[in-house]
Design a protein around this ligand. Structure first.
Ligand code: 5AD
Ligand code: SF4
Length: 448
């Protein structure tokens, strides 16, 4: 991550514990570009690390805050920001009073939450309208996209959302990509139309947290998909990547009601252990994920699922890992991505204790991949004998072959004319492989 150096001034009252904590807070902010400075004047952030033991501790904090407020105002007059944080025991005991009496304070944090400081700083800079070097202001984000859709072929990607407000413990995206921002529906629809004019038949809507889309002109992602489904010539719509917590009933209903919305969903769960899901700050349990999948499958019985899994998140025990394996067995995935946890500077998990040894991560990823490979092979095998609609994308790998995509995102190969590119044709699956299917054109079978 490349960030400009920002100045951090920490005022510490009280015991050795507080002195130690002040050091830790400076440490967790260093990867965000904050370097200590001796004076509050000119600081981008000031932390008051408070102590409750002495008499009138709170009064001292308020008088210091009054002084800092003047610095903050002076800085704002220059068009710059100063994030003001109150930490330590006074914050813990009197957080509400601090915010009531000193509303210009940006962050109040108790001693148990220092590891979340990078998240709080990122949120505070957004709320203040400040720009972290790595973050674009929302309205400018999409200006970087080319005006006219570049031809991408039969299948195209369209970015509709960027950034993330979820702050999963392991993930750097909320810091590097900034706050969630959504493109207006009118822009998305205009770009989709251009893509279709250029030959696209399938569009995959992209975003780090795509199902949190909340742009103007449509009611959530479900509403946007409904509008896109009306575009003539657009046969298929997909979206990725989604967070389970943003999978609302309207979007589930869209899977039941909109034929163009393909029956394949990438919905990362990361872990099957409630303990690890909590440590990851995912804000849902394994059973809530199971229930969500139940609802989705009730809405669209042929829905195939994909997911992301991280093994070896700090604190993951053998029992936690087994819970992930059990979740996979319970749900059954058509495909999935697996990752060994690796620390990203500036994220809460990177500084956490109980890191899992590399050899153990290796063992776990091997086991989880073996199980997922088995499920993928079984999913592909059950397609054999079915006649399915395949979107032909172009020539296949071998002479005389065409390639295409099943509704469930499997690559399909068949003998046939390239002139079919861009059409959805019925094919009968004759063989399955780990990552693809072989098929014959339906008409060919009838003639044979
Ligand atoms: N270590 C391992 N995997 C990670 N991912 C994100 N951050 C990390 C990390 N620090 C994975 C998650 C996410 C996917 C895109 O990358 O599973 O869903
Ligand atoms: Fe956001 Fe996904 Fe990263 Fe979590 S893993 S913080 S939801 S981008």
């Amino acid at each position: 991550m490349t960030v400009n150096t920002k100045r951090l001034h920490v005022i510490t009252w009280g015991c050795q514990m507080n002195v130690y904590d002040s050091g830790r807070m400076a440490d967790v902010l260093a990867p965000l570009g904050y370097a200590p400075t001796e004076l509050p004047e000119g600081a981008d952030m000031v932390i008051l690390n408070t102590c409750h033991i002495r008499d009138k501790a709170a009064e001292k904090v308020f008088s210091e805050l009054g002084r800092l407020r003047l610095l903050k105002l002076a800085r704002e007059a220059e068009g710059r920001k100063m994030i003001l944080a109150v930490a330590g025991c006074v914050a813990q005991a009197e957080g509400a009073e601090i915010l009531a009496r000193a509303p210009y304070v940006d962050i109040v944090l108790g001693p148990q939450t220092y590891h979340r400081l990078p998240e709080m700083v990122a949120r505070a800079s957004r709320a203040a309208g400040a720009v972290i070097d790595t973050e674009f202001p929302a309205e400018q984000k999409f200006d970087f996209l080319p005006d006219a859709a570049a031809p991408q072929g039969v299948t195209a990607f369209l970015t509709i959302q960027e950034g993330c407000d979820k702050f999963c413990s392991f993930c750097v995206v909320p810091y590097t990509r900034g706050a969630e921002a959504s493109r207006p529906a009118a822009d998305v629809i205009a770009e989709a139309r251009r893509m279709v004019d250029l030959g696209a038949r399938e569009i995959t809507l992209l975003g780090q947290n795509v199902n949190a889309w909340h742009g103007t002109g449509a009611d959530g992602l479900a509403g946007l998909v409904r509008l896109l489904a009306e575009i003539d010539g657009l046969a298929r719509i997909r979206y990725t990547t989604s967070h389970p917590r943003d999978m609302d009933d309207a979007l589930i209903a869209a899977h039941a009601e909109i034929p163009a919305l393909m029956p394949f969903l990438h919905l990362p769960v990361q872990s099957g252990s409630d303990r690890i899901l909590a440590a990851m700050n995912r804000k849902h349990t394994a059973d809530e994920y199971r229930a969500l999948i139940g609802k989705l499958r009730a809405a669209r019985p042929d829905l195939a699922l994909s997911s992301d899994f991280i093994v070896g998140h700090p604190g993951e025990t053998e029992q936690d890992f087994e819970a992930t394996m059990q979740l996979i067995r319970d749900i059954g995935f058509a495909q999935a991505f697996t990752f060994k946890y690796s620390p990203r500077p500036g994220t809460p998990a990177a500084g956490a204790g109980m890191q899992v040894p590399e050899a153990e991560k290796d063992r776990r990823i091997y086991a989880v991949q073996a199980l997922l490979r088995e499920q993928q092979a079984a999913f592909n095998a059950q397609c054999v004998g079915l006649t399915i609609p395949v979107l032909v994308t172009g020539p296949g790998r071998h002479a005389g072959q065409i390639g295409g995509r099943s509704p469930w995102l499997q690559p399909v190969h068949a003998i046939g004319p390239v002139s079919l590119a861009g059409q959805v044709v019925e094919m009968t699956v004759t063989a399955s492989h780990t990552n693809s299917l072989t098929a014959i054109l339906k008409q060919e079978r009838i003639c044979a």
